[in-house]
Structures are given as structure tokens and as C-alpha cells.
Design a protein around this ligand. Sequence first.
Ligand SMILES: Nc1ncnc2c1ncn2[C@@H]1O[C@H](COP(=O)(O)OP(=O)(O)OP(=O)(O)O)[C@@H](O)[C@H]1O
Length: 478
Amino acid sequence: RWLKDKKPVWVWLTAVVATVVAVVVAVVLIVIAYRMFRRTRQVAAAAAEEEDYREQKMFYGGYFAPARAVDDPMSINANMVRSPERMWQSPARSSRAPASPALMRAVASPPNSTRSAVGLAERHIAGLNRKTAPVASPSRPRTMNPLPGFSPALPVRLKEFSYQSLAEATSNFHKSNELGRGRSGKVFKGAFRVPENVDKDDSKIDVAIKRFDKDIDINQIRGDLKRKYSLKHRNLVTLLGYGLHKGRLYLVYDLMSCGSLDQRLYSDVETVGADDGQPSRHVMSWDERCNIIKDAALGLYQLHVSNAFHGSVKASNILLEPGREGRRARLGDFTYSKVAPPPQEAWTSTTPSLETDMLDFGALILEVVCGRRRSGCGVPNFTSLLDWVWALHAQGRLPAAVDEKLAGNFDSKHAVNLLLVGLACTHEPQRRPTIDEVSMVISGTKSPPEVATSMRPSREVHTSYDEIFRNIWSTRKA
Ligand SMILES: Nc1ncnc2c1ncn2[C@@H]1O[C@H](COP(=O)(O)OP(=O)(O)OP(=O)(O)O)[C@@H](O)[C@H]1O
């Protein structure tokens, strides 16, 4: 109609200018909205971090004190950081890949550098003391890595407990307080009284106390405890303290009220929380499984960037607690004894190291996705879960590995990604992905690696560290 009306040129010009202005205004508004959204997210993340640090500062009302100045046992592990273009690609990649020059400079910087976990903690606490704003403060530490949801750990000073206080906390290690049994001892539920909080709600601190068996050689762990520090992190079960009595070692940990992953994953009957007291059927949901894998990955990432390895990543060492949206997980049962793996010349594919952690973590991912144990997986003709999943992968039927109890209620693309990254962790050591790579696949910020069916590793490489550890343990006992 406009054309027919033969409007004068100035009308056309005005229309064009108005359109351009409208588009520019729209773009500006979108940019402003996006920046505000990002800013809100940053503030929320900073507030969560702030909360973490505040909690750390007042760690159980001062009963377990946060560390302030320590000989930093934690420094960024240069070997963990690689440039993105090198990820997945280099078959001949050295497991001790050289760090980027920037990182090498950071690592070479003086002790108490702001890049160490301790430095970060101290700077942060100092920042809090000055009541600085969460985001704007120049003294606030930056998170060390780009993983979504990750914040660095803080050091915690270990407390030494007398046998008397440990016995009192557990009613003399009464059977009714027993939480579980591992290869090296029993774990009991306990509670310490906090004298300064007698009239308050938090007058008791619930803990889990691991009592090592009498015949366990505790020298390695005892040496480890000389460091007197542990880590507090939302994805690690903090070691709070220890006790020694008549050659027996006791370790005191955060109590994780929902027990361990193996107890929940492999039992689909649950009495806890049933309204009528009758056992209720409960299958761990897909979202909960994804959260647990993510939490465990962030916990392991914290250890690996701290130059430590775990050495026993398995479902019984993933401990659970209630979260806002289902249970959340923490990686438990680690000590500092595993800081600084042996020199490279001394490595074999099975020497406990960051790489064996990755093998175990890959097996853990498969266990959670498939809802089956890594050995004795319950599939006819297969004992090893890894063998079964590799076989399905060879047939192009990976989704069939997902736990059938989920009755199809899962995101099949994400499930396949998890299975692929789990399989990639079972490659020979130097080709296994690192925990930062795995974490990115888990959080969906990176695609999984190519896993050709021909890449299936030899059986020796399949050997879980757990089995090796059992052998070492029995040799030691002998
Ligand atoms: N902090 C904790 N909070 C709650 N329960 C715990 C805690 N630590 C351990 N447990 C329970 O105690 C059980 C035994 O733990 P423990 O660490 O001794 O054994 P493990 O990891 O199975 O074997 P090991 O460490 O000897 O190889 C766990 O499976 C878990 O159910």
C-alpha cells in the first residue's frame, strides 16, 4: 500500500531510520539483559562461595579450626593442565604433559602464592575480615579452573583426640553405632559435645570415626598425619582429626548421613524415609546419578590439582548427604600420603597414581550409569562390567548398558557420553583423559572423546587399583 501511495522519500528514510534505531535499541537491551543475568549468576556463585568460606571460618563453632599459615602441601599440579587443543588428541601423550608457560610461572612463584589452595584461603579470609564486597573485591581469589560448580578447598588443622573422648563419642564403640566395615577397620557414628555451645542447637557435632584394625600397619598413615592438615571442600569428606591409642589409629571424619553410594546404588529396597515403616522400592533417579558423578568428579579434581591422588576411588568411598534436589556426594577416605606420585621411571600401568585414579573413576561412572558392580556385574557370560560395556560398544549398542531399573527415564545422549568417557578412562594410562576433561564431559561443556572399538585395552590394564591394593595389603599383612 505504501508503494502504491507513492510516499515521499523522507517517509521512507524515516521508516528505515526508525527500524535501525529499533534494532539497535533491541540489541542494546539484549546485551544489557545478558550482562545483568551474568552478573546475577556471578553474585549468586560468589554468595555460595562466601557461604562456604564463612562456614569454614566458623567451622563447627571453632571446635575444628581452619588453618591459617601452613607449609603449603598443596600446589597446583602443573601436569594436570593442558591446552585445550591437546585434549583427547595425542595418542603418544605423556602422562606427565608439560604445563603451559603461564602455569609454570605460577607454580614457580614463591610459597604462599595466591594460586595455592592455602594462599587462596588466606586471601579469602583476609578479604572477609575486611568486609569486602563478594564480587568486586580485588583481594578475592579467583577460582583456579573453569569447571562449572568448582570452588577450591581450604586447609583444616587436624585435631588430636584422646582415646577417652573417642570412646565417649561412640558409646565405647558400641555395635549400634556401627556404620560399616572396610578392609582396614570399622566405621562408627559418634558425637562430640561442644562445650562453648552447650545451650545452643549445635551443642553436638556428629562425626564418623574409623577405627583401624589392630593388625593394620599404620606407619604410612601416621607419617601422613604429621602434616596435621586436611582439606575442607564441598565435594570431599573432611578428615577432622585423629587419635592413637595402643598402636591403633582412629580417624575422625565428617558424618555423611546418607551412607555410601554402594549401599544406595545396589539396593533398590529402602526402608529409610518410608512413611508407613514398610520397605519402599526406590531406584536412584537419573538426575541424582548425574549429580553424584559430577560431585565425585569435582572432589577428585580438587585432589588432583592439589598434587594428590586418591588411590581408592570406588562406590563405597563416595559418601552421600541430603541436598536441596536429591542426595549430593563427597569423595571420602583420602589422606595426604598420596601427595606426589612416584617418579616417572618407577611407573608401571598399575602403580597407584593420577592415572589409576582415572581408571577407577571411569569404572565408577560405568557402575553408576549401569547400576552394576564393576566385578560380578550380573550379566550372563560376563564378570567384569568393563568387558560387558566394551562388548556393547563394539556392537554399537551402548544405550543398552544403562540401568534397566530406570525404565527408560534417562537422557540417552548424556548417558552415552558418560559411558564413552568412562570407557576412555580404561585406556592405557598415558591415553586416559584427566579429571578436568572428564568433568567437562560430565557437565556437558565438552563432547566425549572418540572411543573406537579397536581401542579396547588389554586385560592387564583393566585390573582395578582396588585389586592391586588388596594384593599389596595382604602382602603387607603377611
Ligand atoms: N564419613 C562417613 N559417614 C558415614 N558413613 C561412612 C563414613 N565413612 C565410612 N562410612 C561407612 O563405612 C563403610 C566402611 O568405610 P571404609 O572407608 O572403612 O571402607 P571401604 O572404603 O569400603 O574400604 P577401605 O577403605 O578399607 O578400602 C562405608 O562403606 C560407609 O558405608
